[in-house]
Write a protein that binds this ligand. Structure first.
Ligand code: GLN
Length: 192
């Protein structure tokens, strides 16, 4: 279907499931472990995992400059959970560095201890109906800039947002065995 090259950042976290979803959609989905591997990609998925660990691993190479450059040159980015935290303009709970490619304030681990992981259905009209979503020690979008569009909400709170070529979900779409969100990314943002 698609011949887009959409890499998956494979430093840490749930990258294999993302690569499998992209491959089912016909995209080439190389695992990206070095900055130089961003060359030639049309899009990149930054998977969930643990954002502090990701940040530590990203210290080995100039990842922040490279990812900002990738975005500036027209690359599309899809961050899920820890990946969404990394994309944000500001991170709280506690504060930590982030890429600033999504005009949002994101609070880490913000669903409270009682419900720190759960699965639910989301209303996502932009994706053609309900979407199953798994939240694992998930962050919350605490404020969104005017250029950020909400694509899905949970109890009135944004959980899936888009700003231009940047897509961010506070949940894990790769676990639910529903490839519509990856399809939206590949067909709407990468190819769009
Ligand atoms: N709690 C993690 C963090 O703060 C994110 C969890 C996830 O990616 N599932 O980075």
């Amino acid at each position: 279907m698609s011949s887009a090259r959409v890499g998956v950042l494979a430093l840490q976290g749930d990258f294999a499931a993302h690569a499998a979803a992209l491959a089912r959609l016909g995209a080439e989905a190389p695992e990206v472990r070095r900055v130089a591997q961003l060359g030639g990609l049309d899009g990149l998925v930054i998977p969930g995992g643990e954002s502090t660990t990701l940040l530590n691993l990203m210290g080995d190479e100039p990842w922040f400059d490279a990812l900002r450059g990738f975005h500036a040159a027209g690359g599309a980015l899809f961050g899920t959970c820890a990946g969404a935290i990394l994309l944000a303009r500001e991170v709280t709970g506690p504060r930590q560095p982030s890429l600033g490619l999504l005009d949002a304030v994101v609070e880490r681990n913000a669903w409270g201890r009682q419900v720190d992981s759960f699965e639910t259905r989301l209303k996502a009209p932009a994706l053609g109906g309900d979407l199953s979503a798994v939240f694992i020690r998930a962050p919350r979008f605490r404020s969104l800039g005017p250029g950020v569009e909400v694509l899905a909400s949970l109890d009135g709170e944004p959980v899936l947002v888009r700003q231009g070529r940047v897509l961010a979900a506070t949940f894990h779409p790769e676990i639910a065995r529903d490839d519509r969100l990856h399809a939206y990314f590949v067909r709407g943002l990468v190819a769009g």
